[in-house]
Structures are given as structure tokens and as C-alpha cells.
Design a protein around this ligand. Structure first.
Ligand SMILES: O=C(O)CCC(=O)C(=O)O
Length: 281
């Protein structure tokens, strides 16, 4: 593991006109679209789920213990072309400021605790992540991986593991993307490099702990709790065909996290309307 990298290593960061202010999330996941993929995989997209994403960007970029881990490629190791920080929060390793309310809101919607925190910092267009499915979740029939984008938009690609047309998404600051069903097993995703000038992007990733049973989201007639649920076959840009329709269900519950947090954490991100995203402890 490479040593920690100075968190001030975020070049060219400029917030947007509308991205500042106190972060608040939409507990109703308004406008959420489900993109059904082949082989039992799907992606949920909720544009503008988090208001004030620039404020959270500033907090996380300056407080997380960023590292540039090495990864083994064939017979040699290379430094990962992005910075990362991840852990499973507990009393000794608390949630980063502002992140627990996001995990709680996801738990409320998807019916399973999102206990593992990760973040990736793409400093500019040279940073990227290659095609992959999450290793820890590949053995599970179903998995959930939530990605919240802060900072600059970057292209996010998905392709079937066995080959086939790819799906191109472009999540922007405040957008929520959730990969579900068999997505980690039957599909791969990547954030490719770009030669265009782009500002830095942070992806906050939240996942249930590996091995946690995941409810079968998507049976017809029983949809996730408390939100409109627009079905679509058309993400921003699509290459190739996709399977129509949607199937599945969600059983929401209100299990609380056992992990610790600080009062400022809950204070930084708040539900935009009262109630649903309030921690249920
Ligand atoms: O940064 C992203 O949007 C993708 C993150 C990801 O794929 C990962 O960390 O496994």
C-alpha cells in the first residue's frame, strides 16, 4: 500500500455556481430512473439527488486520508491512476463528515445497510479506473454499489462481462448512480481517461458489507419504498440495445447502523424534506 498522499493534491478545483451551500439530499429519490441491463443487472440514476455537492467535495478532498494504492497488472505493479480512501466505519474509524446521512437514506430506500465507505479522487482526465466488477461482490448473486458524484462530470461506462455493446452514462455533481442486481458479476464498469480538460471529480461509493443478503429489487408490482420510480430504457447516451422492462422488489427496513458518527456529520448533509433521511437510531 502506498503512503498517504497530501490531501491538498487537488488541482484546478473550482466549484460550480449552483453546487455550493449546505448539502442536502432528496429522501424521496425524486425522478429516479431505473435502467434495466441484460442478465439481471440494472442501474438506478437519480440526477441532482444531493444538493450542495461542492461543499461535500471540499470537505472530503481536504480531510480524507487519500492514498495511491499499487495494483498488480500481469507481472508488475503499477500505481493506481486515481487517489482512494476506504474503510468500514465503526466507533474507532468514524464516518467521514457528511457521509452517514447518504448511507442512511440509501438504507431506507434499498432495505439493507450501506456499511462500507469508499471514495475515489480523479484529479484530472489522466486519472481513470479500468474495466472491472467489484471483486468482493462478484461471488454474490446480487449486490448493490452506490456512487455519488462530486465535482466534475466524467464518463461512466458499463459493458456486459462476456462482451457486447456498452452503455455510456455521464453522472454530474450531486447525481446518484446505484448498480444493482447481478451488475458486479455479469457486467463491468469503468471511468476512462479523457484528453479533454476536466476538473477533479470525487466518487463517494457506499456498499453493503460483502456477504450481506441483498433483497431482490425489481419484481413487478412491488417497488422501493416512498418514491416515484420512473422506468426507462434510455440513459443519457446508449450504445447498442438493452433489454426492455423491469422486474423486482425492495423490502425497506429501518435497521440502524452500529457505526459511530460525529454530530457534525449528521449536520452537514440533511434531508431536503424532513423525515425520511433522518438517522433511525
Ligand atoms: O468512480 C466511479 O464512478 C467508479 C468507482 C468504482 O468503480 C470503484 O471504485 O470500484
Amino acid at each position: 500500500m502506498a503512503p498517504s498522499v497530501a490531501s491538498t493534491a487537488v488541482p484546478n478545483w473550482q466549484g460550480s455556481l449552483l453546487g455550493g451551500g449546505r448539502p442536502s439530499l432528496d429522501p424521496d429519490f425524486g425522478g429516479l430512473e431505473r435502467i434495466p441491463l441484460d442478465h439481471g443487472a440494472w442501474v438506478d440514476l437519480c440526477h441532482g439527488w444531493l444538493k450542495g455537492p461542492d461543499t461535500l467535495f471540499e470537505v472530503l478532498s481536504t480531510t480524507l486520508p487519500w492514498t495511491a494504492p499499487e495494483m498488480v497488472m500481469y507481472d508488475h505493479s503499477i500505481v493506481q491512476p486515481r487517489l482512494s480512501a476506504w474503510w468500514r466505519p465503526d466507533r474507532d474509524h468514524p464516518w467521514p463528515e457528511g457521509v452517514l446521512p447518504l448511507a442512511r437514506a440509501l438504507e431506507s430506500r434499498y432495505g439493507v445497510p450501506f456499511e462500507n465507505f469508499g471514495a475515489n479522487l480523479y484529479r484530472d482526465g489522466r486519472d481513470s479506473v479500468a474495466w472491472h466488477g467489484d471483486r468482493l461482490h462478484r461471488d454474490q448473486n446480487r449486490a448493490l454499489v452506490a456512487v455519488i458524484t462530486l465535482g466534475a462530470p466524467r464518463t461512466f461506462l458499463l459493458r456486459p462481462r462476456g462482451g457486447g455493446p456498452s452503455v455510456r452514462l455521464r453522472p454530474a455533481a450531486g447525481d446518484l448512480l446505484v448498480m444493482g442486481g447481478t451488475c458486479q458479476r455479469t457486467w463491468q464498469h469503468s471511468v476512462p481517461k479523457t484528453a479533454r480538460p476536466v476538473g477533479p471529480r470525487i466518487s463517494v461509493t457506499l456498499r453493503p458489507h460483502p456477504g450481506t443478503p441483498i433483497p431482490a429489487l425489481g419484481r413487478p408490482g412491488s417497488e422501493p419504498r416512498g418514491a416515484s420510480f420512473r422506468r426507462t430504457g434510455r440513459p443519457g447516451v446508449v450504445h447498442g440495445s438493452r433489454s426492455p422492462g423491469l422486474s423486482g422488489t425492495s423490502t425497506a427496513n429501518s435497521r440502524s447502523h452500529s457505526s459511530g458518527t460525529s454530530s457534525s456529520t449528521a449536520a452537514l448533509v440533511e434531508a431536503r424534506t424532513t423525515g425520511a433521511a433522518t438517522p433511525s437510531r
